[in-house]
Design a protein. Structure first.
Length: 442
């Protein structure tokens, strides 16, 4: 390259959390960066949206996660410190339940909850205690089902795992590879789920003041290079190296382009440039999710918030529900704000297509819940990539087919959770740091 700042520019296509994280790490390494976002606002699913209360009171909802699960010195932890985001102090959580066999029982999210789970039996509970002595797996392309059966026993994988995975990834564990939850591989490499967690330190849910969307807003503001309402139309390789990026009117030149777009959109851009990469991207299944936000009279004992996971298919397509704490500033004072998840890879009963039927199903598991005073549905098409077994090998083939100076990353590569995205994109930027220097060809 000629060293000119424009020709050395890196254009990140997509201003969701993946694109913002990529731009942040590139900027930290001295690269001139520009981010193109097709919509009106950056953040993608990681946005906190206004939702006034029934009398016009201030209130909000989360399009994405309601909080961030943070380990000490993880990529997210470092990012929050670098951005100097104000965080709400950690608060004790209210009741957490698992719906199984028509009954509501304690959540298995903690060791005490696991040992009190009635469906496991004594043998299953004793098998859980043997987890630190289970050796590291050697089978390639292991599913989440086989991983947990190997480490925690067949009883856990049969009785508890389907609800836990459905509530996080909206799909059956036997359909997902370990790439869907990269943290599991890191924990096993550090001695197993228990020992690895102890060595990594406790994971705490952290909430930025202003909601989870404050993370995307802070990244965009600090970067100062995010251009909204700027969709990309085509990519063109320059004969002398680098790229021309065509939008609706503007044409920009860049040393490199980072595709941080939904897999299907990226596949269309790649079709004339990298046919095999386009084919692989286009074949990644995407799961649609519907989220119902509702507000109800507060239930005594639920002031610290609640969580419910349902064992599929007992919820008939309802996967679970979670609520804000009563003092959460995103909610409306005096009201319980609930979020219910429907669909994903699971068929939804026709009765649950509208709020009255969904509310009846919620009441089956949460009989204390009163009638809603407000309801809002958010459709989330393609919200979750289905990372099937062997996904890592497919990603390697995809990357090998990409032309020089063209990069791809996002939830379909690193997993849908913000902590996994942060870890994956930080590692990607670190491995490429020798090339991601202004004026050098990538």
């Amino acid at each position: 390259m000629d060293g000119n700042r424009d020709s050395a520019r890196i254009i990140v296509l997509g201003g969701g959390i993946s694109g913002l994280l990529a731009a942040w790490h590139l900027r930290q390494r001295g690269c001139p960066v520009e981010v193109w976002e097709a919509s009106d606002a950056p953040g993608g699913w990681a946005q906190t949206l206004p939702w006034p209360g029934p009398a016009g009171e201030g209130g909000y909802l989360e399009r994405g996660p309601q909080g961030l699960l943070v380990n000490r010195d993880s990529a997210v932890d470092r990012l929050l410190r670098d951005l100097a985001l104000d965080l709400r102090p950690p608060q004790p959580k209210g009741p957490r339940w698992l719906g199984r066999a028509g009954r509501r029982g304690p959540s298995p999210a903690t060791l005490s909850g696991l040992l009190r789970t009635p469906g496991l039996g004594l043998a299953g509970k004793l098998r859980l205690l043997a987890e630190p002595f289970i050796p590291k797996g050697t089978t390639p392309d292991e599913t989440l089902q086989t991983f947990f059966a190997r480490r925690l026993g067949a009883g856990f994988a049969r009785e508890l795992l389907p609800a836990m995975v459905a509530g996080v990834l909206a799909a059956p564990p036997e359909c997902l590879g370990l790439e869907a939850l990269p943290r599991l591989q890191r924990l096993e490499a550090r001695g197993g789920l228990l020992l690895g967690s102890l060595r990594a330190g406790p994971a705490r849910t952290r909430l930025p003041v202003g909601g989870t969307g404050a993370l995307a807003r802070a990244l965009a503001e600090r970067l100062g290079c995010v251009i909204t309402r700027r969709p990309v139309r085509t990519l063109e390789r320059r004969p002398e190296g680098g790229w021309r990026v065509h939008g609706e009117g503007p044409v920009r030149e860049a040393a490199a382009v980072v595709l941080a777009l939904p897999a299907q959109v990226a596949a269309e851009l790649l079709r004339p440039l990298a046919p095999e990469a386009s084919r692989i991207l286009g074949a990644i299944p995407r799961l649609d999710l519907r989220v119902w936000h509702s507000r109800h009279a507060m239930v005594p004992g639920w002031e610290r918030g609640i969580g419910l996971l349902l064992h599929p298919p007992e919820g008939h397509g309802l996967l679970g529900a979670v609520s804000f704490a009563a003092d959460d500033p995103r909610g409306v004072p005096g009201l319980l704000q609930l979020r219910a998840y429907v669909g994903g890879a699971y068929p939804v009963a026709p009765a649950l297509e509208a709020w009255p039927g969904l509310f009846r199903e919620l009441r089956r598991w949460l009989p204390e819940l009163g009638e809603a005073v407000q309801v809002r549905e958010e459709a989330c098409p393609g919200a979750f990539p289905l990372l099937e077994p062997g996904h890592g090998a497919r990603v390697a083939r995809l990357e090998a087919d990409l032309p020089p100076g063209l990069h791809w990353l996002g939830a379909a590569r690193f997993g849908p959770g913000i902590p996994d995205l942060a870890e994956g994109i930080a590692a990607w930027a670190e491995s490429a740091s020798g090339l991601l220097v202004a004026g050098r060809h990538l």
